[in-house]
Ligand binder design. Structure first.
Ligand code: PLP
Length: 355
């Protein structure tokens, strides 16, 4: 099975090699050194200041999103959340669950978060801006520089879920004015699921996290930051995924990786435009290409491709029968896209007798 999904994605042989080995015990100096190296490398790749804090959570990306919302805000805050699909909506739900006041900027499918739309909103009542850099459910990539200007104008902390954009689209904590960045293991890092990463700058940590009494135990960021000082986690972590991450970061060439993902995205998009599909008009992440099928049923095509060993990403909700999402992350080659495109072309001819 070849995965054109966004997570889990096709893994690299080096990662699978590590995943197949006996795990070590983790309360040791050796393991602490590995974790501290990861901490330092993560700061480098996201361009965080050296006094930033890093937490490695044994949780999927949603766990990291929840940990940030619950450990950083309370009833006295007010969040401005971009809700452009299911991941934006998840932040709204988290704010509700944790009784944090918020307003959402709703971006219906097909619409773009423009400068006009954003700056029409008076931001003076908010404490933080919360956004999924790439809204994976629609493929829209939000303009982080534009969001940075908005946050500067109103002095807002900027919380960015870069889970599906990291390594696909450029992001820099320091240059983009990001207070808190969220990553996860199973997307472009192409590791096993189960590990997510929270990076916060020192200002955000001091003002919003440090002196807050814990609201829970497992996702308590202060507990994680405290343990990280000695390269440890409060509880048994996903030891195997941490070892995979250490290896991946050691070998990672950030610029080269981004170029390769972009090359695959462009290659696919150029050729897909010759099929009877429509690509959205809004800016797209390099991680993913949504294809809108004007005539065929997306669910039916998904099933046929799956039977041929080609796993694309289906859509949810209203988009289920209209939109397929083709991922560009992980261990994929241009030849893999040739194979997918050929299969797609064949199916579309057959499924559409008029063609
Ligand atoms: C994948 C993803 C997540 C995390 O989803 P989990 O299933 O909890 O790992 C969060 N945000 C975005 C934008 C994602 O693409």
């Amino acid at each position: 099975m070849k995965l054109f999904t966004v997570g889990p994605v096709m893994m690299y042989p080096e990662t699978m090699n590590i995943a197949g080995k006996q795990l070590p015990y983790f309360r040791t100096e050796e393991f602490s050194r590995i974790v501290l190296t990861i901490e330092q490398k993560i700061k480098e790749v996201v361009n965080a200041k050296t006094d930033s804090k890093v937490a490695l959570l044994t949780a999927s990306g949603t766990g990291a999103m929840e940990s940030v919302i619950m450990n950083s805000f309370d009833e006295t805050d007010r969040l401005l959340i971009i809700n452009g699909g299911s991941f934006g909506n998840r932040f709204c739900e988290l704010a509700q669950i944790h009784h944090i006041p918020y307003d959402a900027i709703d971006i219906p499918f097909g619409e773009e978060l423009t400068e006009e739309k954003l700056f029409a909103i008076d931001g003076s009542q908010y404490t933080a801006f919360v956004v999924n850099h790439h809204e994976t459910s629609t493929g829209q990539l939000y303009d982080i520089k534009m969001i940075q200007r908005y946050c500067q104008k109103y002095q807002l902390f900027l919380i960015v879920d870069a889970i599906s954009s990291f390594l696909a689209d450029s992001i820099s904590m320091d240059e983009d004015g990001i207070s808190c960045l969220i990553l996860s293991s199973q997307k472009a890092l192409a590791l096993n699921p189960g590990l997510s990463i929270v990076v916060v700058n020192s200002l955000f940590y001091e003002r919003k996290i440090k002196n807050r009494p814990p609201k829970g135990m497992y996702l308590d960021l202060n507990l994680h930051f405290k343990n990280m000082e000695r390269g440890q986690t409060p509880n048994t972590p996903a030891v195997g995924v941490i070892l995979e991450l250490a290896d991946r970061l050691e070998k990672l060439d950030y610029q080269k990786e981004m170029e390769e993902i972009k090359k695959r995205a462009n290659y696919f998009r150029e050729r897909a435009s010759k099929l009877e599909v429509i690509l959205p008009n809004y800016p797209l992440s390099n991680a993913l290409t949504p294809i809108i099928l004007p005539k065929q049923n997306a669910t039916a095509i998904f099933e046929i491709l799956k039977r041929q060993g080609l796993m694309v990403t289906p859509s949810g909700g209203d988009l289920k029968d209209k939109v397929l999402r083709i991922g560009h992350l992980g261990n994929l080659t241009l030849q893999d896209y040739d194979q997918l495109l050929m299969a797609l072309e064949k199916i579309m001819k057959k499924e559409n007798p008029r063609a």
